[in-house]
Design a protein around this ligand. Structure first.
Ligand code: SF4
Length: 306
């Protein structure tokens, strides 16, 4: 089975080429909402689950044949930081291509300095954090018994202080599990310290590992979003797909360029988003054939398609 997946259009990352660094299903968690399924190897052991040589061969082939993507994304059927060659793979990719690296991680190993160092080789890190208090953490993430949420949170905070790229923190809400006022309050306190570039608030939108794991309504998600500091996007809602986000960058960009052609700079001003976010959003909208780029003189404008 190939360790490459895609490139596929991703709402969060534009055109994303997935690199699976662990096979089914090696993870340090066994989240009740996991859409991959139950963890079959619940472990904290770092090893070369997918070989560096295999990644080099497949990704090298992809790149030398002219393959492109907006991001090369470390993901897989579990937790990519469990692969002990993460740093070597990331360094090799950085030497081979200018395509930025995204890391999807549950951050459970961020208490380890080596993992923080290796993770910092990515350009964008998308860690998840669903709970702060130990009982809720155990209920929602069903972690390896040696994991302590306090150390994970400390590791994440430490990582955020030294990381030069962007952190997009994902919090997944499960009804009746981590949506109580006190837990949301605790999460908000931690989020203040991590100060991520943005928070992506999610809920159960695909079949979960454990039956009866229920989503929040869009209204509840909106109420919870208000409790967090900074920029919050609601990225999943089963009840209202037409309004995916209270700060929906896709809609905001599309609405703007449907009315008048804009440059990336214009859109940064209008939306308040970063250059990286605006470019990622534009690429995703171009892929959906909803926006086109038009060059006028030296300037590249983006125009919405009706
Ligand atoms: S951390 Fe991710 S892959 Fe692992 S069990 Fe949770 S949702 Fe699934």
């Amino acid at each position: 089975m190939s360790c490459l997946f895609g490139p596929v259009p991703s709402r969060r990352l534009g055109l994303s080429l997935g690199v699976d660094l662990v096979p089914y299903k090696v993870c340090s968690y066994n989240c009740i909402y996991c859409e991959v399924g139950e963890t079959t190897n619940l472990t904290l052991e770092r090893k070369e689950y997918v070989s560096f040589e295999e990644v080099k061969r497949e990704l090298g082939g992809f790149l030398s044949s002219g393959g492109g993507a907006d991001y090369i994304t470390f993901s897989g059927f579990g937790e990519p930081t469990l692969n002990s060659k993460l740093g070597e793979v990331a360094r090799w990719i950085r030497a081979e291509t200018e395509i930025p690296i995204a890391l999807l991680t549950n951050a459970s190993l961020f208490w380890r300095e080596d993992v923080r160092e290796e993770a910092s080789l990515a350009h964008v890190v998308l860690p998840s954090l669903d709970a702060v208090s130990p009982p809720v953490f155990r209920e929602i993430n069903r972690p390896h018994p040696d994991l302590e949420v306090k150390r994970i949170v400390e590791g994440l905070i430490l990582f955020s202080k030294g990381f030069e790229g962007e952190i997009w923190l994902e919090i997944l809400m499960v009804k009746g599990v981590n949506d109580q006022e006190e837990e949301v309050e605790r999460l908000a306190e931690v989020v203040k310290e991590i100060a991520p570039h943005k928070i992506q608030l999610n809920t159960v939108v695909r079949p979960p590992a454990v039956a009866n794991t229920s989503p929040l309504t869009y209204h509840d998600m909106e109420e919870i979003a208000k409790r967090f500091p900074g920029k919050v996007e609601i990225v999943g809602s089963p009840t209202d797909h037409s309004a995916l986000s209270i700060n929906d960058l896709d809609n905001s960009v599309l609405e703007t360029v449907l009315r008048r052609p804009c440059t990336v700079k214009d859109l940064i001003k209008v939306t308040g988003a970063s250059e990286l976010e605006v470019k990622t959003t534009l690429k995703s909208l171009i892929l959906q054939n909803r926006v086109e780029g038009i060059k006028i003189g030296e300037e590249l404008f983006y125009k919405g398609k009706m």
